[in-house]
Design a protein around this ligand. Structure first.
Ligand code: ADP
Length: 507
């Protein structure tokens, strides 16, 4: 898959996933808002119903029959006034036309056409309509002894005496109504007089402060008449009742689940696609490097053989032994290479196990280094050794330890472009055998040091140090060390060289 196509695919995927998540979240918010509204409506309906019941049961006769009748009459007068004012407002061109109509500003006044004025039938009928309402209202007013001031006082004086309220009955009525209206959250109920800041009743003492600031506040009323403007029935609920019905609950849980699922699927898919792509790249790199690494020694061996066959070139012993050395050297490199690939893949198998036996680490180092002598000499390098005696016994797999040493020394030479100075040392430190392979090569940055032991990881050295490899040598070495329950570290500085330190436990 092309990189640009992958980026495009990831972007489209990300946009789709984000859009889906946004839709889900906004739907959740919408449904939470709806639930909230539904909740408020249910609570309000319940309380309305409670007041109706209280009124019917005359539990607290807070608005007496006589007073109630008077208030109703006043409401009717008010209603007449409003209707008359509407007529005047909508037909001001008739009522305020002084040439045709006589009309006073006082509400008591009736409207009359002027003797010679010309009025249409419709205009006449509007004035008649107004006058009819006016006389009806005036009749009501004279019956009830109407006074605006009195009306207001009357309404505010219908105080409920809070101490006379039957709290247990009120409490149980409210709870019953709430359940009937689908509110299955237990409320705290209270009676609050705001001007005195007194809480006459509170079903749950610890929630009293919540009751003072709750939005669920209702005045006591009967037939639309407020009984006491300062006395409130107050309700509070344990937490913001966002989700009310079990259906809403189900959908929210489902939405959250979908959001998590979509996000996880998105991350998983993109990661898989990218990993797949990286693996593809690695595979291609591996095959091309492998071909190169094997082709070169084969070509060199072939050339050396040709030379050996040519009697005119190999007449003297020294030249002949030189060619044989070249063949040996290239053969060794191929062997280590193939051995590393083979053993590394074997180790990936679960059933893999080491063949442990007592080995002499110094001996292994010596025999491995022998095959590098010529190579270092050809590069005008120096190979230094400092092999201290190791007195305790080292149980290890000889094949893998030998491969490990080959890999470390091979890398030390490979990554030292100018005359390599390689130092291989061993020693014993307590219960550990220590092997150090140091070089004066290109070094490894701190960032790369964290990754060089990963399989297929290669540092991009650019054209300057075009060294071929597979990126499996060090991963194999670290696998060998781990299987021997040892440790491996690297100390390195760019441009100054690297030292690989292997610690193997002694018996
Ligand atoms: P490769 O086949 O690339 O050598 P390795 O697993 O042996 O793979 O090494 C991984 C990377 O570590 C190499 O690409 C190289 O950049 C870096 N590296 C290993 N040994 C040395 C060293 N002695 N000096 C500098 N860099 C090294």
């Amino acid at each position: 898959m092309k990189r640009i196509f992958l980026i495009l695919l990831s972007t489209v995927f990300a946009i789709a996933a984000i859009t889906l998540v946004i839709i889900q979240i906004s739907q959740m918010q919408e449904s939470a808002k709806m639930s909230d509204n539904l909740f408020n409506i249910s609570v309000n309906n319940s309380i309305d119903e409670v007041f109706t019941q209280l009124d019917q049961m005359k539990v607290e006769d807070y608005v007496s029959q006589k007073e109630r009748y008077r208030v109703l009459q006043y409401q009717r007068i008010d209603n007449f006034n409003e209707r008359m004012q509407d007529i005047i407002r909508n037909n001001s061109e008739i009522f305020y036309d002084e040439d045709r109509v006589q009309f006073g500003i006082s509400t008591q006044d009736s409207a009359h056409r002027l003797p010679n004025a010309h009025l249409t039938d419709q205009e006449e009928s509007i004035i008649a309509q107004y006058n009819t309402l006016l006389s009806a209202r005036n009749r009501l007013m004279s019956n009830t002894n109407y006074s605006n001031e009195q009306y207001k006082n009357m309404v505010s004086n219908h105080s409920v005496d809070p101490t006379k309220l039957n709290f247990p009955l009120l409490d149980s009525l409210i709870r019953e109504e709430l359940i009937i209206n689908g509110v299955d959250i237990e409320p705290t109920i209270g009676i609050l007089e705001t001007n005195k800041d007194t809480l006459y009743y509170c079903s749950n003492g610890s929630d009293s402060s919540k009751l003072r600031s709750t939005p669920y506040r209702y005045t006591f009323h009967a037939n639309g008449i407020v009984a006491n403007e300062n006395l409130f029935l107050v309700l509070s609920f344990p937490s913001s009742p966002i989700i009310l019905t079990s259906d809403a609950n189900k959908y929210t849980v489902l939405s959250i689940f979908m959001i998590v699922l979509i996000s996880a699927l998105f991350v998983f898919s993109i990661r898989t696609i990218w990993t797949q792509r990286k693996l593809d790249e690695m595979k291609t790199d591996f095959i091309s490097n492998m071909t190169h690494e094997i082709k070169t020694p084969i070509a060199t061996i072939g050339l050396a053989c040709e030379m050996l066959q040519d009697n005119s070139v190999n007449s003297d012993n020294e030249t002949r032994s030189n060619f044989i050395n070249i063949i040996n050297d290239e053969n060794r490199r191929m062997r280590v290479l193939i051995e590393t690939i083979l053993q590394s893949s074997k180790m990936a198998n679960k059933n893999f196990s080491l063949t442990l036996r007592e080995i002499d680490l110094n001996q292994e180092v010596m025999s491995a280094l022998q095959s590098f002598q010529l190579m270092i000499r050809n590069k005008n390098g120096i190979l230094e050794t400092d092999l201290q005696p190791i007195t305790s016994v080292l149980f290890a797999d000889q094949l893998h330890i030998s491969n490990m040493i080959h890999n470390l020394v091979d890398n030390a030479i490979k990554y030292s472009p100018d005359e390599p100075h390689i130092k291989v040392s061993t020693c014993q430190q307590g219960e550990w055998a220590i092997l150090k392979v140091a070089d004066n090569g290109i070094g490894i940055s701190k960032e790369n040091q964290k990754h060089i032991f990963e399989k297929f990881y290669r540092v991009h050295t650019g054209d300057l140090h075009d060294v071929k490899g597979f990126g499996i040598g060090l991963s194999y070495v670290s696998q060998v060390v781990a299987l021997h329950k040892g440790r491996i570290n690297v100390e390195s500085e760019i441009g100054r060289g690297s030292t690989f330190i292997v610690q193997l436990p002694l018996a």
